[in-house]
Design a binder for this molecule. Structure first.
Ligand SMILES: NC(=O)C1=CN([C@@H]2O[C@H](COP(=O)(O)OP(=O)(O)OC[C@H]3O[C@@H](n4cnc5c(N)ncnc54)[C@H](O)[C@@H]3O)[C@@H](O)[C@H]2O)C=CC1
Ligand SMILES: O=c1[nH]c(=O)c2[nH+]cn([C@@H]3O[C@H](COP(=O)(O)O)[C@@H](O)[C@H]3O)c2[nH]1
Ligand SMILES: [K+]
Length: 513
């Protein structure tokens, strides 16, 4: 090796550093220009690990960690129970919209909280003196068969038997007591028992239901084979201490929303999102203080904010998370109508920089059109991303598919669109009573994206590849290295952005959407 070569190889890191730090890009600019995801591009780092080693564990609020940093938007064409269940099963969380009555919203939340609990902690229970007709009634109302029987017909009482379809199907007389037909030779699990152990017991016993009892033989919960198969299929699931899926819900900041909040707490909600385009209001601060005062255990996400001052006001009021984004959603017209907002990469970077000091996670909301945008949001400090249009069109969203020009579509609309306001958000705007309705969103359609079961794993893998290319195994490592300037980036000219997209083809297809 000659001396020139040796000198070249001895170059230190500083000499080799390409690109710019996030601080250079977002704070050093003299152009007074706000930036968004497409304006920036990360330079690749060094890969020393496999893509499967990348972990996407993150936080959605101070106390709630998730394994997939994805949140579905509280919009009436995106999140009701089915979406919230799908998001939680895949390790994220769904926020049920509130363009419906309190009762309807609570029913959606209950469906999520009750979905396939690994452990059913409130099973339907009967007593030995109940009749087969009682079993029939329960089957009709709730679909449950396989009912545990306890001495006094309630949970936490001594387990004496179980009644299954097989015990009663061929009994003609439905007035006879359960005690005469129930199975008393029971396979039970003694608490504490893990789902894996319970699964093994169910496999060996070939039973459909496994009652869990305490030392004294009292029933404490029930495990069902169908539930457990699902639980084992979704290792990333976001669950609470009782193994129920996590669920969020949106509320407003009017006095009536306090009743909505209390009802949602009753329904088991884990987190509420104060849903507003401009979160820096006295209404919102009052709501946050009131909630944290009476229900400090419920996580409150405030927003939306895009500046550090707005964020600080909500942090001072006690929020557990911040939702960032104004006017950047695919269906948003707020920036055009109200002249307020901020390009999303700048908003996420600046708010996250402040929120990080207080340990408050940031949810980057809106404007996410591909996995590259998700990676950029996370890199710039967001703990999670909230998505509307990217998830719209999946099977789990409310609404039916329809065909237009031979393409299978689903409706997707802004919550401030005239169409959505007509259904309910008019109440939020006072627009129903107002003479002039000012829409801040549009309604449209998106293409069929299939089920979340294929779609979320695809998004997750895309994000993992991005972290691997930048050179980090976790979101926190990535964020720390962006913050200290080790991760390098550049702005992209308009021509560079064109180059980074698909170009120069007559036609192309993409299998992923
Ligand atoms: N992220 C974004 O860029 C945007 C989102 N949206 C979505 O549209 C929906 C509606 O958003 P907003 O109109 O911002 O809802 P909002 O409920 O925050 O505001 C509607 C109007 O009600 C007022 N208001 C709220 N609480 C009040 C109280 N206690 N007393 C008196 N007045 C009160 C507000 O100041 C505002 O004028 C939400 O789902 C939101 O996420 C709408 C526009 C932009
Ligand atoms: O200006 C707006 N008018 C609206 O009618 C509207 N509806 C929803 N949102 C916001 O957009 C986010 C979803 O954005 P994406 O479709 O880009 O994921 C959502 O999460 C919201 O923050 C609205 N913004
Ligand atoms: K927009």
């Amino acid at each position: 090796m000659d001396d020139n070569m040796k000198a070249a190889l001895a170059m230190d890191e500083a000499e080799l550093q390409d690109g710019y730090s996030a601080a250079d890009v977002f704070e050093g600019s003299k152009s007074q220009c706000g930036l968004t995801y497409d304006d920036v591009i990360f330079l690749p780092g060094h890969i020393s690990f496999g893509v499967d080693e990348v972990e996407l564990v993150s936080k959605i609020s101070r106390k709630i960690a998730v394994k997939t940093p994805f949140v579905s938007s509280p919009m009436d064409t995106v999140t009701e129970a089915s979406m919230a269940i799908g998001m939680a099963l895949h390790g994220g969380i769904g926020i049920v919209h509130y363009n419906m009555s309190v009762e309807e919203q609570c029913a959606e939340v209950r469906k999520v909280k009750k979905f396939k609990n690994g452990f059913i902690t409130e099973p339907t229970v009967l007593a030995p003196h109940n009749t087969l007709a009682d079993v029939d009634r329960i089957k009709e109302q709730s679909g449950h068969s396989g009912i545990p029987i306890t001495l006094d017909g309630r949970i936490h009482s001594k387990l004496v038997g179980i009644v299954t379809k097989r015990d009663i199907d061929f009994q003609e007389d439905r007035s006879i007591a359960i005690s005469t037909v129930m199975t008393t030779d029971l396979v039970v699990a003694k608490e504490p028992v893990s789902l894996v152990e319970a699964n093994e017991l169910l496999r060996q016993s070939k039973k459909g239901k496994l009652p869990v009892v305490n030392e004294a033989g009292a029933l404490v919960s029930l495990i069902s084979r169908t539930d457990i198969t699902k639980a084992l299929d979704y290792p990333l699931s976001s669950v609470d201490a009782h193994k129920s899926l996590l669920c969020g819900a949106a509320i407003g900041t009017r006095l009536s929303d306090r009743d909505r909040f209390l009802a949602l707490v009753d329904a088991g909600v884990d987190l509420v999102v104060l849903d507003s385009s401009q979160g820096d209001s006295e209404y919102q601060r009052d709501m946050i203080r009131w909630i944290k005062d009476i229900h400090p255990e419920i996580q409150v996400v405030g927003g939306n904010v895009v500046t550090r001052t707005q964020a600080l006001h909500l942090i001072q009021a006690g929020v557990d998370g911040l939702r960032v984004g104004m006017g950047v959603g695919s269906i948003c017209t707020t920036q055009e109508v109200c002249a307020c907002g901020r390009p999303q990469a700048s908003a996420v970077y600046h708010v996250s920089r402040l929120a990080r000091k207080f340990g408050v996670p940031v949810i980057a909301d809106g404007g996410v059109a591909n996995t590259g945008h998700i990676i950029k949001a996370l890199s710039l400090g967001a703990s999670c991303v909230m998505m509307g249009s990217l998830l719209a069109g999946t099977a789990e969203t409310p609404g039916d598919y329809f065909f237009q020009d031979g393409v299978r579509l689903k409706r997707y609309r802004g919550m401030g669109s005239l169409e959505a306001m007509k259904v309910g958000s008019a109440k939020r705007y006072f627009a129903s009573a107002a003479k002039v309705k000012v829409a801040q969103g549009v309604s449209g359609a998106v293409v069929d994206k299939g089920s979340l079961n294929q779609y979320i794993p695809y998004l997750v893998m895309g994000v993992k590849h991005g972290l691997q290319d930048i050179g980090f195994k976790s979101i926190s490592d990535l964020q720390t290295n962006v913050a200290i300037g080790k991760v390098r980036m550049e702005l992209r000219s308009a021509a560079a952005q064109r180059e980074g997209g698909v170009h120069s083809l007559h036609s192309h297809s993409s299998s992923n959407n």
